[in-house]
Write a protein that binds this ligand. Structure first.
Ligand SMILES: [Zn+2]
Length: 415
């Protein structure tokens, strides 16, 4: 257009696609008509990973297709960007989220019902949708943790208290909160962690659900308040959670390969020091570490494990872990449909010694520290689907409650 020409009276607003949201992650954008091509930002990840989050402004009334390109640079489609229910989407600045497949009817895989494309989703922007947020996963960060605590503010100092584990490398406060019996006399100690891999948000909804159980007016809640002190570190890789890193396979190694002879992250050092002081001279703690797996798999294949929730087997703890899985299958009331037979025994699928060549995990460290612990285990909880059931925050929280009930049931069995 010539410089002295007035703008057309009905100019379409310019579409802006950027990463200016909490935990935003986006490295490249090109808008071509109704197609937006994108690349996620791998940052210091070794190889490829799955996380991205961005917002779109100025697309009111339009239908856009979002196509992810290989983040390692080729113009090929990204084979690991869009999960089994499409993208997570929020039209209220992150207050609530749903999956695009709840609303849009993008093509499904005829065998599984999953969102067919690994690299593409579409969205129809309503006339009021001036700013819409999209993410690979339903986010869980400082805001969601604060919302959870604020729902229980009346019990602060009685049933829970917040504290600081340490400062992150970038000077952020790394949360460590206590729940249950707070007088230091609890016979049962339970350490809960998530986000050793910062992108694994479904894991923190489960951790929150476990903590919700402490407030419940039922047998599990009463026993937790009377007999257990829980220490929870919801965001182990705090900087990655806030900044929207991939986290998994971070160079030179990630937070869950930092429990060997030497440590490089302040959070893992602080977890070890805190746990040692907390448990000195007392009974060994229960240690549960929550993860989310890769983006998606096929729940029709038994070892293709990314679409069911399972416990990751360790040979030194296999008897107790299998017993726990049986109890959890029996006591569960939520909708995840946990199966003891999904126990991912050492040697199955990806769970081999090779997976730990880069360094020891928190679970390996905890088993070494407390071989007599009633239970040390990590869980993998999918992002969006378990065997055809769509995962949303309430389903994930209900699973966390079930895990809490199973811990209490297992401890009751030991007496
Ligand atoms: Zn993980």
């Amino acid at each position: 257009m010539l410089p002295d020409m007035p703008p057309p009276a009905h100019a379409a607003p310019e579409i802006v696609v950027d990463a200016a949201i909490p935990a935003g992650n986006l490295a490249f954008v090109a808008i071509d008509g109704d197609t937006v091509r994108l690349r996620k930002d791998l940052r210091d990840t070794e190889g490829h990973w799955i996380y991205w989050a961005f917002r779109v402004c100025g697309a009111e009334g339009r239908t856009l297709a979002f196509e992810f390109l290989d983040p390692l640079g080729a113009d090929a489609p990204d084979r690991g960007a869009v999960g089994t229910r499409g993208a997570a989407v929020s039209t209220d600045f992150g207050a609530t989220w749903r999956w695009t497949d709840d609303v849009r009817d993008d093509p499904r895989d005829p065998a599984t019902g999953d969102h067919a494309s690994f690299s593409r989703f579409t969205w129809r922007f309503g006339p009021e949708d001036g700013e819409v947020w999209f993410s690979q996963t339903i986010p869980y960060g400082e805001r969601e943790w604060g919302d959870f605590l604020s729902r229980h503010e009346a019990d602060r100092g009685r049933v829970f208290e917040t504290g600081t584990l340490c400062r992150s490398r970038k000077g952020r406060n790394v949360e460590c909160a206590r729940f249950g019996r707070l007088d230091g006399e609890a016979p049962l100690k339970i350490l809960l962690t998530s986000r050793h891999h910062c992108g694994e948000t479904s894991a923190t909804f489960v951790l929150e659900g476990f903590l919700e159980a402490v407030f419940d007016d039922d047998d599990t809640g009463r026993r937790l308040r009377e007999t257990a002190e829980i220490r929870a570190v919801p965001f182990v890789d705090k900087d990655g959670v806030v900044e929207g890193d991939q986290g998994k396979n971070r160079r030179p190694h990630d937070h869950n390969r930092d429990y060997g002879e030497t440590t490089i992250y302040p959070e893992t050092r602080a977890i070890r020091d805190m746990a040692a002081a907390w448990t000195a001279g007392g009974a060994p703690p229960v240690v549960l570490d929550f993860h989310s797996p890769w983006l998606r798999g096929s729940w029709l294949e038994p070892d293709n494990s990314n679409e069911y929730a399972y416990l990751v087997g360790k040979p030194e703890m296999e008897d107790r872990q299998r017993r726990f899985c049986e109890i959890l299958e029996r006591v569960q009331r939520g909708g995840v449909g946990f199966r003891a037979g999904d126990y991912y025994a050492f040697g199955r699928g990806w769970n081999t010694g090779r997976n730990y060549a880069a360094g020891a995990s928190i679970i390996q460290w905890a088993i070494r520290e407390w071989p007599e612990s009633p239970l040390v285990a990590s869980f993998e909880i999918p992002f969006a689907n378990v065997r055809g059931t769509t995962l949303r925050p309430d389903v994930l929280r209900a699973f966390g409650r079930d895990v809490a009930a199973a811990v209490i049931a297992m401890m009751a069995e030991k007496r």
